[in-house]
Design a protein around this ligand. Structure first.
Ligand SMILES: Cc1cc2nc3c(=O)[nH]c(=O)nc-3n(C[C@H](O)[C@H](O)[C@H](O)COP(=O)(O)OP(=O)(O)OC[C@H]3O[C@@H](n4cnc5c(N)ncnc54)[C@H](O)[C@@H]3O)c2cc1C
Length: 370
């Protein structure tokens, strides 16, 4: 293990108590001490290991972006707005049932269902909502179970805990759908596979979601409970700018909250995140500004390209070009996230040479601070 790797004590002081934890779940579920409880990761007992996988895979401990990019794409980290891309497109499902329950175009659920149908995967780690709209990650092994995960829950959910909890000897080939921070942690795991846990080599497909920020599961759930009859809610949405609202749908109504009322529940850790488009995924998926019912899709790897091609051939996805103005907006928003995060990191560390957790080439830092 690298000398920079420390133990759970330092994970607690440097990340969790420091407000840098994204709740990705990479540290939980793999050892008896760290668990997700009431919206945060807690250390149940003192662990004496001076180096631990909890610290190693955390996306907010030392992260060498070049090494991760080399691992995923075979090239150093470019620092470009959208990361490494093969193609950026617009897609939507052709499946009526998926479209009915999906967040936007149902691209994510369609791709998973196709990958399962074609025997490319045996299951997928996804997120579903309980009746009271608490998100939790689970292993979906059928199309029906995949459909249960359709739709966005804007609260952070420790997705990687569910991955860590899979049996060590499982040979199931998996997809993972996750947020940018979670995919960064997963990439760290793939770079140096965990010992005595599930085989991370079984992850064959990584689908990333776009993310500006996620909400604190504790505080925000309380807010939702106070303001809505949660079992009745069928969908949440944060429509693309300039709407500036958070919406909750019920069978008969749509309740809107100003986004400014919601922002106080944003996870503090999100301020330090440089990645809006899940740059280390095989395929990244988000909304399309101004075009309802479609997804923006970034194809990044050969695996991603093959799956989209298959979906097109089999008529599972409608595919169209992304308008230049949409692409320009996406790049602008993504660059803004990088610039803001870097400023926040430097303000916090007080030193342009100390980027807290991230290691970036100087030329990229200069470009982002210009
Ligand atoms: C917290 C959050 C913030 C987001 N921010 C943006 C944004 O700023 N801009 C943008 O364009 N898009 C954003 N998205 C992505 C967007 O909401 C859709 O998930 C995406 O466009 C895919 O749409 P779809 O119709 O293909 O999804 P579906 O086919 O409906 O599939 C949804 C998938 O999302 C997963 N999911 C749902 N909730 C969570 C969660 N809490 N954690 C991890 N996975 C989850 C499910 O497992 C499911 O596989 C965000 C999503 C989340 C969860």
């Amino acid at each position: 293990m690298d000398m920079k790797v420390k133990g759970s004590k330092e994970l607690l002081t440097e990340v969790i108590d420091a407000g840098l934890c994204t709740l990705c779940g990479a540290c939980a579920g793999g050892c008896p001490y760290l668990v997700f409880y009431k919206g945060r990761i807690v250390l149940l007992d003192s662990c004496t290991l001076s180096q631990g996988q909890c610290y190693q895979y955390c996306p907010r401990t030392y992260t060498d972006m070049d090494a991760i990019s080399q691992q995923v794409f075979g090239t150093p980290y470019s620092g470009d707005e959208l990361g490494t891309t093969k193609e950026v497109l617009m897609t939507r499902s052709t499946d009526t049932r998926i479209k009915e329950s999906a967040q936007y175009g149902g691209t994510v659920t369609t791709l998973l269902s196709l990958a399962l149908e074609e025997g490319f995967i045996d299951g997928a780690i996804l997120t579903k909502m309980s009746d009271d709209k608490t998100p939790s990650a689970f292993l979906a092994q059928s199309r029906e179970e995949m459909l249960k995960s359709a739709g966005s829950n804007y609260m952070a959910c420790p997705v990687l805990q569910a991955l860590n909890q899979l049996p060590k000897d499982s040979e199931q080939r998996l997809a993972v759908v996750a947020m940018p921070c979670q995919i960064l942690a997963l990439s760290k795991m793939r770079q140096e596979p965990p010992q005595d846990r599930m085989n991370v080599g079984n992850v064959k497909l990584v689908v990333g979601l776009f993310c500006t920020w996620a909400l604190s599961p504790d505080g925000f759930h309380q807010f939702l409970k106070e303001n809505l009859n949660l079992p009745q809610v069928t969908k949440f949405d944060i429509p693309p700018p300039p709407a500036n609202i958070f919406e909750a749908y019920t069978p008969s109504d749509k309740i809107s909250f100003p986004l400014d009322e919601i922002r106080r529940f944003v996870m503090p850790a999100c301020a330090y995140c440089l990645d809006m488009t899940s740059e280390f995924a095989d395929i990244s998926v988000g909304s399309v500004e101004g075009i309802a019912g479609w997804n923006t899709v970034i194809i990044r790897t050969d695996v991603g390209a093959q799956l989209i091609e298959m979906a097109k051939e089999k008529g599972k996805l409608e595919v169209d070009i992304l308008l230049p103005e949409n692409l320009a907006h996406l790049k602008e928003a993504s660059l803004l996230k990088k610039k803001r995060a870097l400023q926040e990191i430097i303000t916090r560390s007080g030193d342009r040479k100390n980027l807290l957790y991230v290691s970036l080439q100087q030329s990229i830092i200069d470009r982002l601070l210009a």
